[in-house]
Write a protein that binds this ligand. Structure first.
Ligand code: DP6
Length: 346
């Protein structure tokens, strides 16, 4: 039996978000985005070449057992395996076993970390080990654009192209993310308030598809380059007030675009508003805490590590908050031979 590899990749939280694509099929975003890679919220994927198998076997660890992947989840992974085999020019069937290290039923997105870990593990299993920009670009092709940013630790920018270059580009050309600063440069906390642990009803893919129908979409796109400059200046100066004001503004605007798309997408729940109010009152009390939400209702609060316990305690005290996860700036993916450390028991 061939030896396999395990890859671990963390999720990332976008400080300036990807929303809307010039070419969704080839995962070309309308705007550049910039994120912080997390630490605890991660996925692990084991991949092994199975030359004697008739087809791929794709399993998901549910906390107790490895079960065959089903439905949309299975379809997206199977498609990505075919895509990677095409790129690597190798037809070998694969055995895949994957698990999320996210706290159970947290309702957090796992596609960025999941597809990045899958891509890294498969590339090793097929003898074409990918890391850095190459891993980023291959992970992006899964359809989860944000997976491109999980290929690096710390702070990561995924570029876009202006409309002329995008129109003229070879749709298969590479578009990897670029690391800006590693996790040691400026460790921050991400305190996550889970207000709804159910899977989201409208996928990010549908959000990208509908984005341009919002009258606010163009206005946001026009503002994003300034916002990226502000975030980069804030990173250079380690200025949390500037970073926070900018990331909160961008998150609210993404949701404004989503809510005014056709048909509209309402990701917020009552707990989202409660957490946003809590963050504002923490600031009024002198704590630099700033909120951002991806395509879902849960609220990520970015703050200094020393303020994380106070922020977590305030969020936990809110009625609609189901649980609070304390995460922080994390590193790049890692790959090692064999099954995940600690076996499949979490
Ligand atoms: C709101 O198309 O990368 O999180 O595959 O679901 O992670 P997933 O979505 P993707 O869009 C990400 C949308 C976002 C903003 C962001 O992460 O930039």
């Amino acid at each position: 039996m061939q030896e396999g590899f395990t890859a671990r990749a963390a999720a990332n939280i976008a400080l300036v978000k990807y929303w809307g694509a010039t070419d969704l099929a080839h995962v070309i975003p309308c705007n550049a985005s910039l994120s912080m890679t997390l630490d605890e919220c991660a996925s692990e994927c084991f991949a092994r070449a199975a030359p004697d198998a008739l087809s791929d076997e794709i399993l998901l660890y549910n906390g107790e057992a490895l079960l065959p992947a089903e439905g949309e989840f299975h379809r997206r992974i199977a498609e990505h395996l075919d895509r990677l085999r095409d790129i690597f020019d190798c037809m070998t069937p694969l055995y895949i076993a994957t698990r999320n290290r996210f706290p159970a039923a947290a309702g957090l997105a796992s596609s960025a970390s999941g597809f990045c870990a899958l891509t890294a593990a498969v590339s090793h299993a097929l003898g074409k080990p990918a890391a850095g920009a190459n891993l980023s670009d291959l992970a992006r092709r899964s359809g989860s654009g944000s997976a491109s940013r999980s290929a690096f630790g710390g702070y990561v920018r995924w570029p876009a192209e202006d409309a002329d270059i995008a129109a003229a580009r070879d749709s298969d050309a590479a578009l990897p993310a670029v690391p800006i600063a590693d996790e040691e440069y400026w460790p921050l906390a991400d305190v996550i308030a889970i207000v709804d642990a159910n899977p989201k009803k409208i996928s990010s893919l549908d959000g990208h598809r509908r984005a341009a129908s919002s009258p606010h979409f163009r206005a946001r796109l026009a503002e994003v380059p300034n916002r990226l400059l502000r975030v980069e200046a804030a990173l250079a100066a380690r200025d949390l007030d500037l970073l926070g004001a900018t990331l909160e503004e961008d998150a609210i605007e993404l949701h404004l675009v989503a809510m005014s798309s056709q048909p509209p997408i309402h990701y917020w729940r009552p707990g989202t508003i409660a957490a946003l109010e809590c963050v504002r009152s923490l600031r009024a009390g002198g704590i630099s805490a700033w909120a951002t939400m991806d395509a879902g209702p849960n609220v990520h609060v970015i703050c200094r590590p020393e303020d994380a316990p106070t922020v977590a305690e305030s969020l936990r005290a809110l009625d609609p908050v189901r649980r609070v996860i304390e995460d922080k700036t994390g590193g790049a993916p890692c790959v090692y031979p064999g099954f995940p450390e600690g076996g499949w028991v979490i």
